[in-house]
Design a protein around this ligand. Structure first.
Ligand SMILES: [Zn+2]
Length: 306
C-alpha cells in the first residue's frame, strides 16, 4: 500500500522502528519543521537522519504529537544542535515544564528521557503552516490524553502519532494504570478522525499507509476486544512495553525479570488490576509470550532481543 503513496516534495517521512517514533520533515523554502524526535538513546542517529534530510536547510521548529519517550526523546539534542523552537500539545505544558517523570510516563515505565524546554504550545483546532501545507491540530486522546494529530485537508494527509497505526494504536496507559478512561477517549478520537477525508496516514510507527478505512476498522475491533477483556489490554501493554525496553537494553537477566516487573509501576499496576499473577508467574508468562512472538529469546541466563 505504501508504495502507492506519493507525498509532495515538501513532505519527507523518515521511517524509524518501534523504539524511536517516525520523524516527518516538512520543508518551506530553506527552512524546515520536524515532527517528533525519537527515543533518547537514538538521539545521535536522529540528528544524523535529520541533518541528511535537511540537506543544508535550517531546522526552524520541532513539533511533537504527544509526550511519550519515543517521540520527545531527541528534543533536547535536536534543539541543541539545530537551535530550533519546540512546540508541544498544550496539555503537556505542565508535565514538560516541571519535568514530571511520572506524568511523562518515564519513571512509570522505567524509560529514559532528556529534559527540554518547550517554547510554544499548540491547542486542538489551531493551524500551522509547514511543508507549504496548512495543518490542523486534532485532539486524539486515548493512548496519551493530550495527544494531537495533524491533518492537512488539501492533500488529505493525517499525521496520526500513536492514535492510529496501520494495525492498532498505542497502549492505553490511563486504563492500564487506573488513571482515566483511555478506551472511551480513544473511541471518540477514532470517531473524530474517521469523519476526516484521509488518503494517506503518516503514523508514529510503521510505514505510511493509504488504507485508512481498514485501519480504522482494525482499531475499532481492537478497542472492542479491550473493552470486553481488560486482561487482554493489560497483557498487550506489558508485552509492548517490555519489548520496547528490550529494544533499548538488548538483553535483561532472566532472574531480574520478576523484580523488574514488580518494581516498575506500569507492570505492577497492570498485573494488580487485571491479571493478579505472582511475580514469577508473570515473568514466566511474559518470556513465553515474547518468545512466541519472536521478539526475544532465552540465551543462557539472559532474555535477549531477537
Ligand atoms: Zn510511540
Amino acid at each position: 500500500m505504501s508504495a502507492a503513496l506519493h507525498f509532495p516534495a515538501s513532505v519527507r517521512v523518515i521511517e524509524r522502528g518501534w523504539l524511536s517514533a517516525n520523524n516527518v520533515l516538512l520543508f518551506d523554502g530553506d527552512e524546515a519543521t520536524l515532527i517528533d524526535s525519537g527515543y533518547v538513546s537514538h538521539a545521535a542517529q536522529t540528528l544524523a537522519l535529520v541533518r541528511a534530510g535537511l540537506d543544508g536547510r535550517s531546522l526552524a521548529r520541532l513539533i511533537n504529537t504527544h509526550s511519550h519517550s519515543d517521540h520527545i526523546g531527541g528534543n533536547a539534542a535536536v534543539q541543541r544542535t539545530f537551535g530550533c523552537s519546540i512546540t508541544i500539545p498544550s496539555g503537556m505544558a505542565d508535565a514538560v515544564a516541571n519535568w514530571d517523570e511520572d506524568a511523562l510516563l518515564l519513571s512509570t515505565a522505567a524509560q529514559q528521557g532528556e529534559r527540554f524546554v518547550a517554547t510554544g504550545l499548540l491547542d486542538a483546532g489551531e493551524h500551522f503552516i509547514a511543508g507549504e501545507l496548512a495543518w490542523q491540530a486534532v485532539a486524539v486522546p486515548g493512548h496519551d490524553m493530550d495527544a494531537l494529530a495533524y491533518y492537512n485537508p488539501e492533500r488529505r494527509i493525517l499525521i496520526s502519532g500513536d492514535a492510529l497505526w496501520r494495525d492498532g494504536f498505542g497502549i492505553l496507559f490511563a486504563d492500564v494504570l487506573g488513571r482515566g478512561d483511555g478506551l472511551g477517549e480513544a473511541r471518540r478520537a477514532l470517531e473524530a478522525i474517521g469523519r476526516l477525508a484521509v488518503d494517506a496516514v503518516i503514523p508514529g510507527h510503521g510505514a505510511p499507509f493509504s488504507d485508512f478505512d481498514a485501519a480504522l476498522e482494525r482499531a475499532f475491533a481492537r478497542l472492542r476486544a479491550f473493552e470486553d477483556d481488560g486482561a487482554r489490554m493489560a497483557r498487550n501493554a506489558i508485552r509492548g512495553c517490555v519489548t520496547f525496553a528490550l529494544l533499548d537494553a538488548r538483553r535483561m537477566a532472566l532472574e531480574d525479570l520478576p523484580r523488574y516487573l514488580a518494581e516498575t509501576p506500569l507492570y505492577r499496576e497492570a498485573n494488580a488490576r487485571f491479571l493478579g499473577l505472582g511475580a514469577e508467574a508473570l515473568a514466566d508468562w511474559l518470556v513465553r509470550e515474547l518468545e512466541r512472538a519472536g521478539v526475544a529469546h532465552r540465551e543462557g541466563v539472559d532474555l535477549v532481543a531477537s
